[in-house]
Design a protein around this ligand. Structure first.
Ligand SMILES: Nc1ncnc2c1ncn2[C@@H]1O[C@H](COP(=O)(O)OP(=O)(O)OP(=O)(O)O)[C@@H](O)[C@H]1O
Length: 218
């Protein structure tokens, strides 16, 4: 369960990104955060990921209060629980597909063989294993998106956060991405997608659509 309790986020002392919002997402839910650019969607994702801290209020994941975790513990929490697909994928263009998907695991110092197995498994799952040794900069947009979602799943996270995941995709690839979400949801992942892409608004497997405007829930 994810719970945002009385969350206010103010950047730089005067940018009110979120105003006293309360949200609860159940395990296994697919939630769409819907709102215009600048409405506060990414801020909600970064609070759930423990990448930033609220100005006021608390964020709970299961019973853990993650809004108070020191940075080091927040990084561990993220590695163990969260997969993130960023708007522009945040892949490293000059590294290979395999190196990119393994990035979140490097701090664990796992044996090379195990890392290779994990990379092959997750790339297979998202049908991009044939590009495993290619440099990411030479992939198409759709292929990069597959690598991004594969990387978000390398640690088998129970929560997947996606920030405008279809912003750089055409409709066909966006629909493919949505099918990947359907599959993840069937595996009981909790998924939170920040988007203003209308393709997400009529899906039969979305549980909740949260409308946000200027940091307020509508
Ligand atoms: N690190 C930051 N420092 C200062 N202001 C920020 C920061 N991050 C976000 N903001 C501001 O907070 C508000 C909410 O931004 P946020 O990125 O959460 O919106 P969004 O709905 O995700 O928009 P987009 O779809 O464009 O990403 C905006 O006014 C934005 O300029």
């Amino acid at each position: 369960m994810i719970r945002l309790k009385n969350i206010t986020k103010i950047y730089d002392g005067n940018v009110h990104a979120l105003n006293n919002i309360n949200l609860t997402f159940k395990e296994g839910e697919l939630v769409i955060l819907k709102g215009m650019s600048g409405s506060g969607k990414s801020t909600i994702l970064s609070l759930i990921a423990g990448l930033s801290k609220p100005t006021e209020g608390e964020v709970f994941v299961d019973s853990k209060k993650i809004s108070k975790l020191p940075d080091h513990f927040a990084a561990t929490y993220r590695r163990d629980n969260i997969g993130i697909v960023f708007q522009k994928y945040n892949l490293i263009p000059t590294l290979s597909v395999k190196e990119n998907v393994l990035l979140p695991l490097f701090p664990l110092n796992l044996p090379r063989e195990l890392m290779d197995q994990k990379a092959a498994a997750v790339l297979g799952k998202f049908h991009i294993e044939q590009k495993i040794d290619m440099m990411v900069k030479n992939l198409s947009g759709g292929e990069q998106q597959r690598v991004a979602i594969a990387r978000a799943n390398i640690n088998d996270p129970k929560i997947i956060l996606a920030d405008e995941p279809t912003a750089n995709l055409d409709e066909k690839l966006s629909l493919e991405f949505i099918e990947m979400l359907r599959d993840l949801k069937s595996k009981k992942r909790t998924i939170v997608v920040a988007t203003h892409d209308p393709l997400f608004f009529d899906l039969d497997f979305v549980d909740t659509i949260v409308n946000i405007e200027h940091g307020n829930l509508l």
